[in-house]
Design a protein around this ligand. Structure first.
Ligand code: DMJ
Length: 693
């Protein structure tokens, strides 16, 4: 018996609560540890001395650390030429910026004004109304570079709209043309999160502007409580990625200035965030006061942290440890993994809340959506980040993926879409047929895990390739289709925040389809199946509607779209790994839906209009654009970056050299040395044997 799709596996045809959860409550919660009262010796020993009275936090002397590699390696004469060139470039760029108001990487051409660019984009968006029906992969000779340029234009209009009315503020509301800060002075939320996208898109003078703001206005010594996780993945991740890109890809948006700016800001922030790990177990508190570097438990959920949030900070702190030689960063975040693993959860599936005081889980709710998602993502990415030197994380990923296949993968009633459901009351209790949009990171991550990020054709030649990886690739492809279906099924062509699926009763599980495979891995040879063409739709006999439409159920409270990246993120991985252009076609359809339905346009005096930004939507089935007046920072940090990379060459910001954090910030893979090794081992899963009589 071969591994194959479940019966009636469809192909899909095209059809013509937590957006604030990153912010810690302003009301102070109970203080554990508290100001200067560090309890866990290892992590916080330096904080005890650093944070006394009102002393400013000193910058870490990372240059003196053993593993810090100086980046200026050329002879002095070359350095001075570079310095001289840099100064000239800086003046040229600044002059251009002030004269034209905006930049273009090509300094020789006159840059359009914001209104002109916004107007051109609006004209193009309007023209999409008359687009011929989507032909899918049947279309030939696509100019992907031109499509990539449209993504870049969209990014520029988004950035410039923000820059015009909300510069330096943490939030941008394109309809009311306002913004606001999360903390006094701002956290750099929009600027730092979008910085590496600016670099990747080679937007030189905008990078210079962002950089100046970071240098002159960004301060983290603020007496405010912020989300440990969101601040780590967006701000620390953004700064570290900017450091990585500017040093590894010097031709991308080259600007002048101190090489160490980003890493100095990152180190300052990391020192403050470390206080969050100062709990009895080492599991980080949900929030942290930046001034005091003091962790604060969540105000709800009996003080438990979200599991995904507590366990998705390793890529950032480990890269910083590697840059600075500071093993404390490493130890603090790997301790979290040890504490989680010590709980010995069945089949590697973790409940979505965890207590910082003893590391035990709260409740039995298991899901790959909110509060669960990036725990799984960071298992495989930690293994890849350290160049496969830490097999423990691969083992944990393999175990969890097997658990997902065994307990969560199911199929819809008519179209047999593959779904990853939830177990709200534990593995012994019923499956909930619900998928957050957030779950759509999974197909790409599964493909990344199966291949390590190298092209599939190459990966298959490895002696380590087996039926297991074939099965994983097939699962990734099927899940990718399901995520795409949640876009196809709505009137705007944009997915809802949450989708429900109609299942058989009892649900048809993976085990029913592949009884010899799943948890036991099996020993059968997988059937190689390509994705069916997008234009071949499976219609139930005598019916006009495609089968998947019957299977997807969107509840009234879940109809919003926050411009989330997970589906295009997975399309990016699937295209990079398989080379199948189908994924680019799907991405292009999604991109057009985003610009058509989320653009915010403003009337000009001559009666024409120009776009000033893009916004979240309230209802994906209302084409009259009922909007929310908010442009999430991940629109520029993630969604547009992944579209841009999807339409780029497959080796641009290569998956083999980079690992993207959960906010789409690329960080380098590296081989850790010195103290930076795995400092823990898994506890035995075997029941303790009785001693011989
Ligand atoms: C991002 O901040 C990150 O991708 C996070 O892991 C999940 N949610 C958002 C985007 O949807």
């Amino acid at each position: 018996m071969s591994f194959k799709h479940p019966p009636i596996n469809p192909s899909l045809s095209p059809r013509p609560l937590d957006n604030n959860y990153w912010r810690a409550s302003q009301s102070p919660g109970p203080r554990l540890g508290g100001y200067g009262l560090s309890q866990s010796a290892g992590v916080s020993s330096n904080l005890n001395t650093v944070f006394s009275g009102d002393r400013a936090l000193p910058m870490y002397t990372y240059k003196d650390k053993p593993y810090f590699a100086p980046r200026r390696t050329g002879p002095r004469s070359r350095q001075s030429k570079i310095l001289y060139g840099g100064i000239c470039l800086f003046f040229l760029v600044s002059l251009w910026y002030y004269v034209s108001g905006r930049d273009s990487p090509e300094l020789s051409t006159k840059a359009p004004t914001d209104a002109q660019r916004g107007h051109e984009l609006w004209t193009w968006v309007q023209s999409l109304e008359n687009e011929p029906k989507y032909e899918g992969v049947a279309q030939k000779n696509i100019d992907w570079a031109a499509r990539r340029e449209k993504v870049r234009d969209t990014f520029i209009v988004s950035w410039d709209g923000y820059e015009d009315v909300a510069w330096g503020l943490d939030e941008y509301k394109p309809i009311s043309k306002t913004g606001k800060n999360m903390v006094e002075g701002g956290m750099g939320w929009m600027i730092v999160d979008a910085l590496d996208t600016l670099m990747i898109m080679n937007l030189t003078s905008r990078v210079q502007h962002a950089r100046s703001w970071i240098q002159n206005s960004l301060r983290y010594d603020q007496n405010h409580d912020v989300s440990t996780f969101e601040t780590t993945i967006r701000m620390l991740g953004g700064l570290l990625s900017a450091h990585h890109l500017s040093t590894t890809y010097p031709n991308l948006a080259p600007v002048s200035g101190d090489d160490d700016l980003y890493i100095e800001k990152a180190t300052d922030l990391a020192e403050r965030l470390l206080g969050a790990f100062d709990s009895k177990s080492g599991i980080p508190y949900a929030s942290v006061n930046l001034k005091k570097s003091a962790g604060l438990p969540a105000h709800s959920d009996n003080g438990a942290s979200s599991t995904a949030e507590a366990t998705s900070v390793q890529l950032e702190f480990k890269y910083l440890a590697n840059l600075t030689g500071e093993a404390e960063y490493w130890r603090a975040v790997e301790k979290v993994m040890e504490v989680v693993d010590d709980q010995k959860v069945p089949d590697g599936l973790v409940p979505i809340y965890i207590y910082p005081n003893d590391g035990s889980f709260r409740g039995q709710n298991i899901r790959l959506g909110s509060r669960g998602d990036s725990y799984y993502e960071y298992l495989i990415k930690q293994y890849l980040q350290t160049s496969q030197q830490e097999p423990v994380y691969k083992e944990m990923w393999d175990e969890a993926l097997m658990g997902i296949r065994k307990h969560l993968v199911t199929y819809t009633k008519r179209a047999r879409l593959t779904v990853v459901g939830e177990r709200p009351s534990g593995l012994e209790n019923p499956l909930a047929p619900k998928m957050d949009h957030l779950v759509c990171f999974l197909p790409g991550t599964i493909a990344l895990g199966a291949t390590g990020g190298i092209p599939l054709s190459q990966a298959k030649k490895s002696p380590n390739w087996s039926q297991r990886q074939d099965e994983e690739m097939l699962l990734a492809k099927e899940l990718m289709k399901t995520c795409w279906a949640t876009y196809l099924v709505t009137k705007t062509g944009l997915a809802p925040e949450i989708s429900y699926f109609r299942l058989d009763q009892p649900p048809f599980m993976m085990h029913d389809v592949y009884p010899e495979s799943t948890a036991a891995t099996g020993n059968r040879k997988s059937e190689q199946q390509d994705l069916p063409s997008v234009s071949e739709t499976l219609y139930p006999p005598g019916d006009e509607r495609p089968a998947y439409e019957y299977d997807i159920d969107i509840h009234a409270q879940d109809k919003h779209n926050l411009q989330r990246p997970e589906t295009v993120e997975s399309l990016f991985y699937m295209y990079r790994i398989t080379g199948d252009e189908t994924y680019r076609h799907w991405g292009w359809e999604m991109f057009k839906s985003f610009v058509r339905h989320t653009a915010v346009a403003e009337k000009d005096t001559d009666g024409s209009s120009h776009i000033v930004g893009f916004t979240s939507l309230s209802n994906i089935n209302d084409v009259s654009a009922v909007t929310r007046d908010n442009m999430e920072s991940f629109w520029m940090a993630e969604t547009l970056k992944y579209f841009y990379l999807l339409f780029s060459d497959r080796d641009f910001i290569s998956l083999e050299e980079n690992v993207f954090n959960t906010e789409a910030h690329p960080l380098p893979r590296f081989r850790p040395v010195g103290d930076l090794t795995t400092g823990w081992t898994r506890k035995s899963r075997q029941p303790e044997s009785t001693p011989p009589q």
